[in-house]
Design a binder for this molecule. Structure first.
Ligand code: SER
Length: 582
């Protein structure tokens, strides 16, 4: 039985539409570095926007959470995981949601009811105890002593603001021991496997809750965790999913998993996440900022552990492991196969770069710590700056010798880098609608104009390869085989500004995918779109498949200005542009 397939099949049979996994690097959402939950790409719909697939959705979603990155190495932590989820957008609510989950677990996965326990919301001054969820579970056969309630763990929010609500969490008793009569949430033989969130509030800036236009359900089930449960292993890395990957690491290192678990898990986890990040169409490369920094940290930490296993760093070990990961996942995520060359190149290039300084850096580290002296800020900074040691790597090396690192001092020295890495590792989520502010909406529309203009000023075959919008600027990647000339840039800028001045109306239409394509609408990855799509047209200059949002008329955009044009990757150029007050 394949868990992912069964999950989708079950929910499709129950009237849900399967939606494709969104990329791990969110498109047009600068508030997070990575997609951290299945619901994240759905925030606008949970807030009330109509979803083109309807009101019952399900998927498996690639997720990355890096707040526990340093804990990877034990049996359960991962930086990448898949979340199986089903949603009701103003359709069914608690009764159906709980019943669907219960039936899937007990009838499809054949988990005995007595091995399940649940928690429901305990209640506080603004939201009462969830009696309805309690009664529903009881009616389904969960005994009362297996129903607990909490406040903290039974309220789920995407961020400080945005959609949120009470939830009910489902636990499975993983041990062979006798199932305790009373469910104790502190007893870690019970593992949480599924979370059903009843999203009915929007948390506002001032912390107050206002009802959402519709009551939604958002559920999430951790794929690797449930797989471990079903396969009866207490180490997630011992499931059938990891087997070929761990085997490959054993093969390239000549070391067995047993006795080398920590390093092997770190290599397996980190290379897997690096593969998924670099296979995304966003084209992330290792760097010292944002997603690129996380990618760098993952690869460098994996390399350090490969060295611990005495793997010959110059051999193709990382590529072989990456290939085994791609093989494992390509059926579900074709982008891995499609972008395989890029992925392998990213890993190899970063390895070569780090390998040039790793040895010397390790020697320098040994020298500095020979007398058991803690690492001061200057040394940490030196290791970072000269030898490319991410501060977290220095910390890990120091911890192995029971030494401390002056992190505060380092932060001081490298405030800018520190800020980016921490934002990243906190997986910070400022609220889902951050990407829809007025200025960002303007940038969305300007992106369409730029896409259309380039086809006229540069080449009709220019196509969008990616985009990213922050309140400060827009970034647009497009296929093009040459560096734009000054003339091309000027013409493009002029044309966009001309369209802005013309005050073109932006219109939105829903139509079938076939109709949209036939009408000549532009789109990036056609296979990723549902059967019914939203098409935005700007006057008669642009027509694109897009989820929005957009301004109503181009005359509000101000003055468009290209501030940079550079290479992004082979055959892909990148434009950064801003909108200024007209
Ligand atoms: N959004 C909830 C979670 O991440 C349910 O999917 O747990």
């Amino acid at each position: 039985m394949n868990l992912k397939d069964e999950f989708i099949k079950y929910f499709v049979e129950n009237g849900h539409k399967q939606i494709p996994s969104a990329p791990v690097v969110p498109e047009n959402d600068p508030s997070v570095l990575f997609n951290t939950a299945g619901m994240q790409p759905l925030i606008p719909y949970l807030m009330g926007q109509t979803h083109p697939y309807g009101t019952r959705l399900c998927d498996y979603q690639k997720c990355i959470r890096t707040n526990d990155l340093d804990e990877v190495g034990d049996k359960t932590h991962h930086t990448f995981f898949e979340m199986l989820g089903n949603w009701s957008l103003g359709d069914y609510f608690k009764k159906e949601s709980i019943t669907y989950s219960f039936n899937f677990l007990t009838k499809v996965l054949n988990i005995p009811t007595e091995k399940l326990a649940v928690t429901v919301y305990a209640g506080d001054e603004s939201v009462p105890f969830d009696q309805e969820a309690y009664d529903l579970w009881k009616d389904l056969g969960i005994k009362e002593s297996h129903i607990a309630s909490t406040k903290e763990d039974n309220f789920w929010a995407a961020g400080e603001t945005g959609p949120c609500g009470t939830d009910t969490e489902i636990f499975y008793f993983r041990s062979e021991e006798e199932i305790p009569c009373t469910f104790d949430t502190e007893d870690d033989r019970w593992v949480e496997i599924w979370n059903n969130v009843f999203m009915q509030f929007n948390r506002k800036q001032d912390g107050t809750l206002e009802p959402l236009p519709k009551k939604n359900v958002d559920t999430g089930m951790g794929y690797e965790r449930v797989l471990a449960v079903l396969e009866g292993v207490d180490d997630n890395y011992k499931t059938s999913l990891w087997k070929p990957i761990i085997n490959k690491i054993e093969e390239v290192s000549g070391k067995s998993y047993q006795g080398n678990e920590k390093s092997i898990r770190i290599i397996a986890d980190h290379i897997r996440t690096a593969v998924f990040i670099s296979a995304d169409n966003a084209g992330i490369k290792p760097s010292n900022t944002d997603q690129g920094y996380i990618l760098r940290r993952l690869i460098r930490r994996a390399i350090r552990h490969a060295k611990k296993l005495n793997i010959e760093i110059n051999s193709n070990w990382e590529q072989e492991i990456a290939i085994s990961i791609i093989e494992e996942y390509k059926k579900y995520y074709p982008e891995l196969e499609n972008n395989k060359e890029t992925v392998l190149e990213v890993l190899k290039t970063e390895k070569e770069k780090f390998n040039r300084t790793l040895e010397k850096g390790l020697r320098e580290f040994e020298k500095q710590t020979r007398d058991g002296i803690d690492i001061d800020a200057l040394t940490a900074f030196h290791l970072y700056d000269t030898y490319g040691f991410p501060i977290e790597l220095t910390e890990e090396l120091a911890a192995e010798k029971n030494l401390k690192v002056d992190i505060e001092g380092f932060k001081q020295k490298f405030k800018e880098h520190q800020e980016l890495s921490r934002t990243a590792s906190a997986g910070k989520f400022k609220g889902g609608l951050a990407g829809n502010s007025e200025i960002e909406t303007k940038y969305h529309t300007a992106t369409h104009l730029l896409n259309a203009a380039l086809k006229i000023t540069v080449n009709k075959d220019v196509h969008q390869k990616g985009s990213n919008i922050t309140p400060e600027r827009m970034r647009f990647d497009f296929s093009c085989d040459h560096k734009l000339t000054d003339e091309e840039k000027q013409k493009t800028e002029n044309l966009v500004n001309e369209w802005i001045k013309q005050g073109l109306t932006v219109t939105k239409q829903e139509m079938s995918k076939e109709e949209a394509i036939a009408s000549g609408a532009e789109c990036m990855f056609i296979e990723k779109y549902p059967d019914i799509v939203t098409v935005y047209s700007i006057g008669d200059v642009s027509k694109e498949l897009c989820g929005g949002p957009h301004v109503e008329n181009t005359n509000v955009l101000g003055k468009f200005k290209i501030i940079k044009e550079e290479a992004s990757s082979a055959g892909v150029r990148r434009i950064k542009a801003i909108l200024e007050e007209a």
